[in-house]
Structures are given as C-alpha cells and as structure tokens.
Design a protein around this ligand. Structure first.
Ligand code: B1M
Length: 210
C-alpha cells in the first residue's frame, strides 16, 4: 500500500513530522492500527535496524528514527488499545548494578519496540532485587541486562541466580548484552540469549519466543 510504504520511508528518514501526518492520514483512511504499525512503522524500523547492523548508518540516525517511531506510536496507541492489538511480548530491560551506561540499552529498547515488544525500562544501576521485583510485578516473557564495565559483569550472573532463588527462572527467558559481554560469557552464566548489537538483540528476542 503506497501510503504505508511512504510512512515506512518517512520513518527511515527520521522525518518525525511526516510520520505523524502519514500515521494520522492512514487512520483517517480506516486502515487497521495494527497494519499501520507493522507495515508502516515497524517496516521502516526494520530497514533502520538492518542499516545500523551493516554499519551504513550510525547511532544518531537510529535515535532520530526511533524518535519518529515513538511519535507515530503515540498517535496509534489509543487505537491499538481499542482494537486489542497484542504486543509481541513484554521485555524488562535494565543496566546492571554499578553501571550507568545506557546508550546501548536505550537502543536495544527502541529496536525491541520496533519489533512490537512492550518494553519496561528499569534504567541504570539496577540491583538484582529490582530485576526480581519487576518480574513479580509484570508478566514478562524476557528480562534483559546490559553491562559495559568489566567490573559490573558479575552482577549479571548474580541476577540470574537471584531469579533462580526467587523460583522465577522457568517463567522467563534471560538475555544479556553490552560492550563487555560475549556469547561465551552469556553461555557461561546460563543466559538464554545474547545480542552483539541492538538489531541482533531484537531479532534474537523474537526468536526466543518462537
Ligand atoms: Co564509560 N567506559 N565509563 N562512560 N564509556 C567505556 C565503556 C570504556 C570501554 C571506555 C574505555 O576505557 N575505553 C570503559 C570500560 C572498560 C571496561 O570495563 N571494560 C569505561 C569506563 C572505565 C567508565 C568509567 C569507569 C570512567 C571513570 O569514571 N573512570 C565510568 C563508569 C561510570 C559507571 O557506569 N559507573 C564511565 C562513564 C561514562 C560516561 C558517563 C561518561 C558515559 C556514559 C553515558 C551514558 O551511557 N549515558 C560513558 C561512555 C559514553 C563510554 C563509551 C565512550 C561509549 C559507550 C557507548 O555508549 N557505546 C565507552 C567506550 C567505547 O565504547 N568506545 C565507555 C555505544 C553503545 C551503542 O554501545 O553500549 O556497547 P553499547 O551497546 C551496543 C551493544 O553492546 C548492544 O547493543 C548496543 C547497540 O548496538 N547491547 C546489548 C547493549 N546492551 C545490550 C543488551 C542486550 C543485548 C545487546 O540484551 C539485553
């Protein structure tokens, strides 16, 4: 549909005003909110994710596109709620205790939203008890931890152990990532998934739920 491909292209270009106009126009033309989300906004974000992964674009362009996506989603939100569209899953994310880096975590959160996840962002410097409490408070499918500092890596393992002690390990998938994290480390601490970058993280999160 030309209107939705125009919307996807406006998102790829990070053109927030045009994303708002085209989202509203698609609603006026009685297109389904779910279709506008998937074939317009998410389709555009998929292209942004692929370009970022290939190194064709950089963090600022991703952030600008994400801002445009959020603007479109705000217009769609009441319509999505009314039509009962279901998110792909619920993903709790945070940067582990002692670590205040959040640029990568925020990118991962945006890519997850671009794949249709509802994201609950606990912020930075999140101790294991807060991750556990968040799992008790929300019906999440996946919990994700980010760490950039070598000295904060052990808090990922500690959190996985705390989730186990709380009897919640079988209820949720666990993903890890961030500058200091490798697939080998993820395997070593018993995480279910890892993402070397934000695009791969979102793709792997979907695969974990498949
Ligand atoms: Co910091 N810092 N920093 N820093 N900082 C690093 C990480 C460092 C490598 C710099 C260096 O020494 N070369 C180094 C860590 C060394 C180490 O331990 N291995 C370091 C240090 C030492 C420190 C301080 C200790 C410095 C000091 O005060 N002496 C201090 C610590 C503060 C703290 O956290 N307690 C500190 C502070 C800061 C700032 C506050 C100034 C700032 C953070 C601002 C912010 O985040 N709001 C900062 C920054 C910006 C950096 C660098 C320059 C950039 C980090 C970044 O944002 N990268 C960094 C050096 C570098 O990397 N060049 C450095 C971009 C981001 C998109 O990448 O976060 O890796 P990244 O995320 C990627 C993937 O990893 C993945 O997707 C993202 C997008 O593709 N990903 C996930 C991330 N989370 C994921 C989760 C997933 C899956 C994938 O699943 C859940």
């Amino acid at each position: 549909m030309p209107l939705l491909s125009d919307l996807a292209q406006a998102l790829e270009a990070g053109d927030r005003a045009r994303v708002e106009i085209l989202t509203a126009r698609a609603l006026q033309e009685n297109m389904s909110p779910d279709g506008i989300l998937k074939e317009g906004l998410f389709a555009g974000m998929d292209v942004v994710g692929a370009r970022f992964k290939n190194g064709d674009i950089y963090i600022p362009q991703v952030l600008i596109a994400a801002r445009a996506m959020h603007a479109g989603m705000e217009i769609l939100r009441p319509h999505l709620i009314r039509t009962g569209a279901k998110p792909a899953g619920t993903f709790i994310i945070g940067t582990v205790q002692g670590d205040h880096h959040d640029i990568g975590k925020n990118l991962v959160a945006m890519m997850l939203q671009g794949k249709g996840f509802e994201v609950i962002d606990l912020g930075v410097n999140v101790p294991s008890e807060r991750f556990v409490q968040a799992l008790r408070d929300h019906e999440a499918n996946i919990i994700g931890m980010s760490a950039l500092l070598s000295i904060t890596l052990p808090f990922m393992e500690e959190t996985i152990e705390a989730i186990g002690r709380a009897g919640l390990r079988d209820t949720v998938k666990i993903m890890v990532g961030g500058g200091s994290v490798t697939q080998a480390y993820a395997d070593q601490i018993g995480a279910d998934g890892y993402g070397p970058d934000a695009t791969a993280a979102a793709e792997n999160a979907l695969a974990l739920l498949a």
